[in-house]
Design a protein around this ligand. Structure first.
Ligand SMILES: Cc1cc2nc3c(=O)[nH]c(=O)nc-3n(C[C@H](O)[C@H](O)[C@H](O)COP(=O)(O)OP(=O)(O)OC[C@H]3O[C@@H](n4cnc5c(N)ncnc54)[C@H](O)[C@@H]3O)c2cc1C
Length: 401
């Protein structure tokens, strides 16, 4: 089959990899003129996404570019004594196999694994989907299937599904590139107060450091591509938090990489229609930064390709894809709503409880933390409970004799 994928970040290249491996012809169209190496925060790959990356042969490269963050050190607003926590213990409790990696590094690794076999078209976007697919820049073309892997603000979703059910979680996430010397590799240091958290961190291999901001707010009015307005909103949200935070915000005046998005959860349970399917954040974003959206995107892309390769009828494959993903998507949504409440506490008491809780948990020996966490596959262990089928062993992509 000839498959068109919209979006070359995480879900798009992973899907392209598996579709090509199963013998399909894949074109990926990406709106950005080049692969987006434009900042963003570190993302988490939990065991299922690590296992899939291993099957793709890219795991050693991902692990080599891990951020290596091991310590969190926070100052509560209005206090002078920092609180520290060992994050390796937290992640070891949450997942048997986990790596934190910069989103742009991950995207480049998946892209590199596919570029020889996949046609990538940068700087273009789909305008219509009918018998032919229309493009802003290129000539119309014919494809058997069209897949939207184009993120929370998906263009394919808008064209085919129109307005969909969403829940604004009540918070925003921003990431800003700041000079390297402001961050310490292996450590995240920051400030936490009611309704807002700001922190900075570095990584050995990065030329810059990243400042990350999470804040609660009623829904704000701005366009998702109006960067000047987003910067203004960020300044307002963190005014007066701490002079160190002011020093990070000064870099908003430069042209360093900047990412800003609302923490919004998509609530639809149908991600396919006719010859079109959605995958990753375009389909079931549980909320950036809070719900393991990157691992879910990797799994969703793998499952969609696997189901398409397990039979010749795409409609039956789309139905199986939705069935396979539904339960984990529901659990990711519930998990994300809980994380949002805990991670950005609304009150001083909530801030205190979070800081003490993290400190207490990480002061316990791993042999105490891990078995307790393992009892809980709906909570902290939710990500590891995603099922990864072995489609190749089941004969996917092998033509019937
Ligand atoms: C620049 C950037 C920075 C990010 N930073 C963070 C972060 O700090 N923290 C976090 O939790 N998540 C971040 N994310 C989101 C995170 O990557 C996703 O939640 C997750 O990895 C799922 O990936 P995805 O491939 O489904 O969607 P995304 O990673 O959102 O990728 C969507 C891709 O589609 C492309 N696209 C958009 N519109 C069109 C169009 N009309 N035509 C063609 N292509 C289009 C985008 O340029 C992008 O490459 C970021 C995403 C991007 C693009």
């Amino acid at each position: 089959m000839r498959v068109l994928v919209s979006g070359a970040s995480v879900a798009g290249p992973v899907l392209a990899y598996w579709l090509t491996r199963y013998g399909h012809e894949v074109t990926v169209v990406e709106r950005s003129p080049v692969l987006r190496k434009t900042g963003g925060h570190a993302v988490d790959l939990f065991k299922p996404a690590m296992d899939i990356s291993e099957r793709m042969g890219v795991l050693p490269r991902i692990e080599a570019l891990a951020t290596g963050t091991t310590r969190l050190t926070y100052l509560r607003e209005g206090t002078r004594k920092p609180i520290s926590a060992d994050v390796t213990k937290l992640f070891a409790a949450a997942s048997d196999r986990h790596v934190e990696v910069m989103r742009d590094d991950l995207s480049e690794i998946y892209y590199d694994a596919t570029r020889a076999d996949v046609e990538y078209v940068f700087g273009d976007s789909i305008t219509s989907i009918g018998d032919e697919v229309g493009f802003e820049a290129g000539a119309p073309r014919r494809f058997d299937l069209v897949i939207g892997a184009d993120g929370l603000h998906s263009n394919v979703r808008r064209l085919v599904f129109g307005e969909v059910d969403k829940t604004f979680v009540g918070a925003y996430l921003a990431v800003l590139s700041v000079p390297r010397e402001l961050g310490v590799p292996g450590e995240m240091t920051g400030h936490i107060g009611p309704g807002r958290t700001a922190a900075v961190y570095g990584a050995r291999h990065l030329d810059d450091a990243r400042a990350v901001f999470l804040f609660r707010s009623p829904e704000l009015s701005y366009h998702h591509r109006d960067v000047a307005r987003q910067k203004e909103l960020l300044r307002e949200a963190f005014a007066g938090q701490h002079r160190e935070v002011d020093s990070w915000l000064e870099h908003l005046d430069g042209d360093g990489a900047f990412y800003f998005d609302s923490i919004t959860q998509l609530r639809e349970d149908t991600w396919t229609r006719g010859r079109v399917a959605l995958v990753g954040d375009a389909a079931y974003c549980p909320g950036p930064a809070i719900g393991g959206s990157t691992s879910l995107a990797v799994l969703g892309a793998y499952v969609l390709a696997g189901e398409l390769a397990s039979g010749s009828d795409h409609e039956a494959a789309f139905a199986r894809y939705e069935n396979e993903m539904r339960d984990i998507v529901h659990r990711s949504r519930a998990f994300a709503l809980g994380v949002a409440k805990t991670l950005i506490p609304a009150t001083r008491l909530g801030v205190w409880a979070l800081a003490r809780g993290a400190q207490l948990l990480t002061s316990l020996p791993s042999w105490v933390v891990r078995p307790v966490a393992k009892l809980n596959s709906k909570g902290v262990r939710m990500h590891d409970s995603m099922r990864v089928k072995d489609y190749e062993r089941q004969g996917a992509g092998v033509p019937a004799p």
